[in-house]
Design a protein around this ligand. Sequence first.
Ligand SMILES: [Zn+2]
Length: 502
Amino acid sequence: MNTRKRLAAMRRAGAFPQAGSPLNPACVIGPDQRCEHPLVDQALNQHLSAYEQQVRGRFAVIVGTLKTISAFQHELDFVSRAQAIALDKLGYQLPADLLGEAWVSGLNLRALYSYCIFCSFKECIENADADQAPWRGRMALDMAFLRACGYHTLDISPCADGRLQGLLPFVLRLVPDEAVYVKAYAGAMFDVEMDVADWAHRELERLTGGIPGGEDCNYLKVAVYHFSSSNVQQQGCAAHGSNDHKAVESALVRLNELRVAIENTYGRGAAPEILLIGVDTDIDAIRVHLPDAEGDVNPYRYVDSGEVYHKTLSMTPDAARQQIAEMIAEAERSEGWAQGNGRMSDGMRRLVQQLLESNLSQIEYVVQYHAGRYSVIGHNERFICVGEAMSELQLRNKFYFAHLDTVEEGATDIDVGIKIFTGLNIKHGLAVPVLIHFHYSSRVPGSRERAIHRCRRIKAAIRGRYAHLCTQGLLDCQIAVSDRAGSERCTFIEDEIQDAGH
Ligand SMILES: [Zn+2]
């Protein structure tokens, strides 16, 4: 059944509420009203829904397929039958040695499961262009728009929590791009030194004409924290003990530290602009904290897109846009704790306005396709990605990401990930699949070998740190590399495939 037919069938079966969901605070409406906002891009939402089903489908078939295969593991033609089923249902074959050993020691389903998670992920990476083509062109927030707002680079550090994995195309409706860096850390506690290096690298590119159209633009650093409006105490940010206040303050401290670091090193006026965004991971509404004329951000001065949605639902598009502008202006005039020093720049204002408008489509997406509030409000990731993430896969709760250079510095992030997967996988007898991935540049001699060496070093450190899980077969590591300058994406390193599960 194709996606459109499947959606229609689900709609007929009442899978999607036609009116507003009482579960969604943004969509509390009267009896004759519908949650159909004038500024929502319905066609874009349909494309994103098809994308979501396609990507999730590649993971959803794994358990059923392995159960089918395991049912006849002692039969004579097991290996050939298993491979035929795997190819048909999963789109790839299974490791011959794992199947060949089944008649002696039983099928190692734990290792096969991890193997399949890695391969399904690779399928998503390989098909990313085709999968994403229908929605990439429809997003209002792309690099051309960001440049028009005055930014040549967008450096985003969300929390590593898998619920923020769909941040770019879903929550922010922002097209993934080479000039948009996503570096996730537990609690959005990004590495200031690494950011200074990234900023300096981009400045050098800008000054040498390496960023066409970006000569007069600035670097924008965004930190994204998150909270859960329906289960404040339990489902907020694990890295901050679900303490929302701490999540906001900590992210802001890091943003300010980055500005100070660059100003102290490169002189006054050099610092990048900053922005702080909060995501309610139950309904994907955002809070955009407004910078003032000095570029300073305040935990108390923000506009909530859920309130915007609710207030502007029955307006015309023009009136709704006007209302958003007024809500921004009103927040800027705040006094007391929320008071700022003057109005933000016009470019930043344009960006904030568009972020709030674009997110209205995501609020309605959750209303239409997830009954107003995600049924799984907590964690549901499939694997842990360590090292550098690939921007090719952007979907909520697909993987927990720990950005790091060495295990020592990323230990807290990986520990949080292992804690999450103890509940998700280990409790059910499944191993924790850990993908260790780094980019290299084919323009740089020896870069690929060094990336592989780095992956191996990190794999050894992870296996050492979680030796108690390894000895029980509860940790499967897979290493992979991608070429930053060429077309190679997520190549699994051969001996590591055979190593999975051992
Ligand atoms: Zn978090």
